[in-house]
Design a binder for this molecule. Structure first.
Ligand code: HEM
Length: 535
């Protein structure tokens, strides 16, 4: 009798017994491996198949920080059957954040079938696991984003965009609360879109038009607003999609959560298509322009033309002499949208919140702004002045210490290594609790208090550079760091000099949520112009 015909002779009750026996064997094997694992660390007991997924809730970062309070600065959790080591103290993380090129933690977390399915592991920068491909993309991206010419141009266009924001806030504000989280998110969509493509996305106008009666609405082009709305929807979904695809094992995604799996896969594909069409349109524009006509040096044009006959010679990619492919540019464009917009807009939201919560510190920032930039708040802010705003910078740094938008960093050991005095195998997944590190009493005096002055050069009490990691560290350190800091400084100066603002509910805690990034979900303030509106 063949095995097939033998099995098909089973009754339902026999099948149940077989499944129960197999399940028991699987569970026994799972817990045997768990209890005999190398280097057991404290942490919540995992379940077979799902690990600790059922305990994480919808805020992994807050959950992990709570666990640090219970188990200490080195503990373990499981997503699915993947064990993760958490580190929450600067001295423990030194090997992981070493800036040496020999850093053993190049990869961001372990390889995940879900991330491979949506094609994120071999393109772009943030999730790319192919070293050569990452190096190529990062070189292009960093050279553009860190070039003084790009920074200066972006700062000018951000200041121009602020004028537009000012006109909306003048109408929206007053005695009606304005949700800063929504408003500034739209602002940053416009600002990053202009920096990346040289073109206006009309995101703020689109949002403003939903808040005012028809006769006050702007005449911005509807088809561009609609496309921008689709990009915004895609950016938000990219975070959900990446979290979902990373954390859920294929079995659960394909058989139990199939609807969500298909939904996210299709949305990622749609976002890719939108970005590719932006690239192809720009390519056609460049091709149609006579060779002698100057091209706009925005990020997209630079990525498209560098190492081609139309090279603007603004960035040098050193030993890399080939141009980028459309897919590589698409991945970089996605990066500036999905990594650049939320991080800066959420951080700006936290800056506004701390300004409201710490009025005595706000006064100090204002004093510096007046001393460095002069008494006339209407005057433009030169790029060079931003460097002189030391207290403003210290204020922003303190906000990023207590409200890091990336509350943990994902890393993975490429080779065997020693961490916390224990030897770990290659492939070990290591997460760094950024908030835990930023508030550890080993490195910070009165860690929970908001004290910007601690970041001033003369007061620096922190010798360990790994104690302050809002932009991460090691080879994957955020390449947008200078760009983000310059933009945040500029906006803080513009907003503070031109508007008064206060929280609608002074006692309410910050409303946030977590999907890879700690989002500011709502921040209602009363906002009023300081300068009388003409007419
Ligand atoms: C306040 C704003 C920002 C914060 C707090 C922030 C923070 C971070 C952090 C913590 C990382 C991970 C670093 C690590 O794993 O060690 C990162 C990576 C990255 N960030 Fe930012 N970021 C900000 C703004 C931006 C902007 C504006 C851009 C683009 C212009 C950008 C582009 C990137 C990219 C491409 C990566 C991946 C780098 C790699 O894997 O090599 N970020 N960022």
């Amino acid at each position: 009798m063949s095995i097939i015909s033998y099995l098909s002779s089973f009754q339902a009750s026999e099948w149940l017994s077989v499944v129960t026996v197999l399940l028991c064997v699987y569970v026994a094997h799972f817990y045997y491996r768990y209890f005999t694992r190398e280097n057991p660390l404290p942490g919540p007991m995992p379940w077979p198949i799902i690990g600790n997924l059922h305990q994480m809730g919808n805020d992994l970062a807050a959950w992990a920080h709570k666990l640090q309070g219970v188990h200490g600065e080195m503990f373990e959790t499981y997503y699915g059957s993947q064990r993760t080591i958490w580190l929450g103290r600067a001295d423990l993380t030194a090997p992981v954040l070493a800036s040496s090129t020999k850093n053993n933690y190049f990869n961001r977390g372990v390889s995940s079938p879900g991330m491979r399915e949506i094609g994120l592991e071999t393109v772009g920068i943030a999730a790319n696991r192919d070293y050569e491909s990452w190096k190529f993309n990062r070189k292009f991206f960093s050279t553009v984003v860190m070039s003084p010419r790009f920074l200066k141009k972006s700062i000018t266009s951000t200041e121009n965009l602020f004028m537009e924001a000012e006109s909306y806030l003048n109408t929206l504000g007053g005695e009606v609360p304005v949700d800063m989280s929504k408003f500034w998110f739209r602002f940053f969509v416009d600002s990053m879109h202009i920096s990346a493509t040289g073109k206006h996305a009309h995101a703020m106008a689109g949002y403003y038009n939903t808040l005012v009666p028809k006769n006050k609405q702007t005449k911005d082009p509807k088809e561009i607003i609609d496309l921008t709305d689709e990009i915004i929807y895609s950016i938000r979904n990219e975070f959900f999609a990446a979290s979902f695809m990373f954390f859920f094992p294929p079995f659960i995604r394909h058989y139990i959560l199939r609807y969500y799996n298909n939904k996210y896969v299709n949305q990622v594909k749609r976002f890719n298509d939108i970005l590719l069409s932006i690239i192809r349109n720009r390519k056609a524009e460049i091709d149609a322009l006579p060779v002698k006509e100057p091209l706009n040096p925005d990020m997209l044009t630079l990525l498209l033309t560098t190492n081609t006959p139309r090279d603007l010679k603004i960035i040098s990619t050193g030993d890399i002499t080939r141009p980028m492919t459309d897919d590589e540019i698409r991945a970089d464009l996605k990066e500036i949208f999905s990594v650049g917009i939320d991080t800066t807009s959420d951080s700006f939201c936290y800056i506004i919140w701390h300004m409201c919560k710490n009025p005595h510190e706000k006064v100090k920032v204002l004093k510096e702004l007046n001393e460095v930039l002069g008494a006339n708040p209407k005057e433009s802010i030169p790029f060079e002045s931003l460097d002189k705003l030391k207290y403003t910078e210290a204020f922003i740094k303190e906000v990023l210490r207590l409200n890091p938008v990336l509350p943990f960093l994902w890393k993975m050991a490429t080779n065997d290594d020693t961490l916390g005095g224990k030897r770990w195998k290659a492939g070990t997944s290591v997460f760094i609790n950024v908030y835990g590190t930023h508030t550890h009493s080993n490195n910070w005096e009165r860690p929970e208090e908001f004290i910007p002055a601690r970041h001033l050069e003369e007061n620096k009490m922190n010798a360990d550079r790994n104690a302050y990691i809002p932009f991460g560290g090691g080879p994957r350190l955020c390449p947008g760091k200078n760009f983000a800091m310059a933009t945040l400084k500029l906006l803080t100066a513009l907003l503070l000099r031109r508007f008064d603002f206060e929280l609608v509910d002074k006692n309410a805690p910050l409303k946030t949520s977590f999907t890879m990034v700690r989002h500011c979900d709502e921040l209602n303030v009363y906002i009023r112009p300081k300068i009388p509106i003409a007419g």
